[in-house]
Design a protein around this ligand. Sequence first.
Ligand code: ATP
Ligand code: LTN
Length: 328
Amino acid sequence: MRVFSGIQPTGSLHLGNDLGAIRQFTDLQSRAECLFCVVDLHALTVPQDPAALRAATLQVAALYLACGIDPRQAVVFVQSHVAAHAELAWLLGCLATTGELGRMTQFKEKSRGHESVSLGLFAYPALMAADILLYRSTAVPVGDDQRQHLELTRDIAQRFNARFGETFPVPDAFIGKVGARVMSLQDPAEKMSKSAADPASRVELLDPPAAVRAKIRRAVTDSGREVRHDREAKPAVSNLLEIFALVSGEPVAALEGRYGDGGYGRFKADLAEAVVAHLEPIQGRYRDLQAAPDHLEAVLADGAVRAGALADPTMRDVRARLGLLPRP
Ligand code: ATP
Ligand code: LTN
């Protein structure tokens, strides 16, 4: 199994990124060949401030390590450091159609209300397909919101193979049973998101304990006072229960049993402490990494070399199959 995944440096990572994506990365790294990427080229599909992009790229890389990704096992690198991502995105973009790109939910959501958006935002899924196929990846751990992009990647791989001969494995999405869709603390119908305007809607991985407690205290709940998992009838409480289960390691049923119909107060207070305890070691390691920036730099330099070496043979093969002349 070859695993690839990426996170955009577009803001501070939150519990959704951690529980939906990074947790699976750390689970997979000891049993598969893994590449974990900071997808800075994807971030550029919407306007970015250069200094903020630089800082966010380093922050996501540091949080990968702080959350437990081990660079001796996994390849940790920055997308723009391996030029083949952009090159393959062009080639695959010539196989993707405007019809299928226009049907992507993420594109529709991010372009809503704008008269015109960047070509990059439209072509985003071709770049994502390139990320994955460049390494002939077979499994892609992502949150539920990326399912549609993965389907398109599979279609593009199949199309390439059918026209030009067997080149890419068709990758599978690897989506967790719980945690794949952590919802906003302010609106359980929306996913927790880096780009939502209200910071109270998400717990960021670097939030200090006081902020975590305040956000969870203010989190919306459902009517009634029963702590019960029922996504239909009690979406807000169900979301909090899932977060509690994931950060504490206790099953949802055990938590339901403990809090029952005792109201939300004690449940939320205990949840806040469980989240604080979950974040504390991550934040400690993050501070250590910040204190020694050379280490992170060295990890990313090594990651770029290792990723580049894996990408080269794919690109040679792809160019030849498409009919591009070999490079002199
Ligand atoms: P934005 O919220 O700004 O659209 P994002 O957080 O969805 O950005 P990324 O940061 O690139 O986008 O996502 C990184 C990974 O985290 C992806 O695998 C994505 O599916 C996952 N992820 C993001 N939000 C959630 C969430 N609320 N629940 C579970 N997984 C999530
Ligand atoms: N589109 C993804 C980020 C992403 C990605 C990838 C995920 C870019 N390239 C390759 C998995 C594999 C998102 O979460 N917004």
